[in-house]
Design a protein around this ligand. Structure first.
Ligand SMILES: [Zn+2]
Length: 339
């Protein structure tokens, strides 16, 4: 870091050295609403005709057992009304809605979400009724992956994985430039068996997510030491301070991640693997050893670039806005009406 210097006249006449980053845009088109539902929070945003996110809001996800799906749609309608009041000049032509779990994009149905309680909930139909506009519906991780692929760190790669590591682990898989959905089950790399244990929430054993998600790193450290921690970030801090249990927990997670990713590399030969989600905030402290370990497993395989996601926490909202644009087309008319 350089010490701050007093501004001289010459410096003031120079163009700024660090240009302010251009605000992210999904491109010109109709204004849309975007909703991104997570296990803890749901986010909503209004996007203008320039494709910029004008405002986003976050509320707790209304958890209510089997009724959670209906409550989420009610909350989305209330947030849409709130955003509409604050931006009366913006008339959304469509909405995007992303949810976690097993999602059937084609039928517009949330099939199942372990922590959220719904089963076969017809999100697209209910949201269209409540919001009064066509709805683009999809999976949270795949939606965030689409945003990274169109606008972020995965841009320009035809064969690429966008891996989200947070409470769980999942990937958006792009092959020959197209997203694979696999009936809503493609990219579930969090439930790839990489160890003999522990038991995973899915009922499997030794799943990647049970060893290497941000939540698993914190949980495994606590199980090992009896010391409660606030999250994976604290485990990393303890490791830096020389805590051997923290170092071994982190090491186990890295080994499991490298092994899990090596399976994807063998199968799909991606040009790049983009890492997002909470754990990606560790940056090179995560990515450098991950590259080294993956390199140690691979032989003649294509070696993917391993890079951090660039959109960050709003990737789901941008992906949701892109899904909304998809249903109305660029001109703002329902996509079917253009044919
Ligand atoms: Zn599992």
């Amino acid at each position: 870091m350089t010490a701050p210097q007093p501004l001289t006249e010459a410096m003031m006449n120079e163009p700024p050295r660090t240009a302010r980053p251009k605000p992210l845009s999904i491109g010109p088109g109709p204004a849309v609403l975007a909703f991104d539902v997570g296990g803890t929070d749901m986010k909503a945003a209004i996007v203008d005709r320039r494709g910029r996110l004008l405002e986003s809001v976050r509320v707790p996800t209304p958890l209510d057992g089997e009724r959670t799906g209906a409550r989420v749609v009610e909350a989305a309608a209330a947030l849409a009304a709130e955003l509409g009041q604050r931006h009366p000049g913006v008339r959304p032509a469509a909405a995007g809605l992303l949810v976690p779990g097993h999602v059937d994009e084609k039928r517009g149905v949330g099939v199942f979400a372990e922590n959220l309680g719904w089963r076969d909930f017809p999100f697209r139909e209910r949201a269209e009724l409540s919001l009064g506009v066509p709805v683009g519906f999809g999976h949270d991780v795949r939606g965030a992956g689409v945003a990274e692929h169109r606008l972020g760190a995965a841009r320009g790669f035809d064969d690429v994985l966008v891996v989200t590591i947070g409470t769980g682990i999942a990937a958006a898989v792009f092959v020959d430039g197209a997203l694979r959905t696999g009936g809503g089950l493609a990219g579930e790399i969090g439930h790839d068996r990489v160890a003999e244990g522990p038991i995973c929430a899915c009922g499997g054993r030794g799943c990647l997510e049970a060893v290497a998600s941000a939540a698993a790193i914190a949980r495994r450290y606590t199980q090992r030491t009896g010391t409660a921690v606030s999250g994976a970030r604290e485990v990393l801090e303890r490791r830096r301070d020389g805590d051997l249990d923290a170092a071994e927990t982190w090491d186990g997670a890295l080994n499991a991640l490298a092994l899990g990713l090596s399976h994807s590399v063998a199968l799909l030969a991606p040009q790049a693997i983009v890492i997002g989600g909470g754990l990606a905030e560790a940056g090179e402290e995560l990515l450098r050893p991950l590259r080294e370990r993956l390199d140690g497993i691979l032989t003649f395989h294509r070696r993917p670039l391993i890079v951090k996601a660039s959109i960050g926490a709003d990737a789901g909202l941008y992906g949701s806005a892109l899904a909304a644009r998809e249903v109305v087309g660029a001109a703002g008319a329902p996509a079917g009406a253009l044919a």
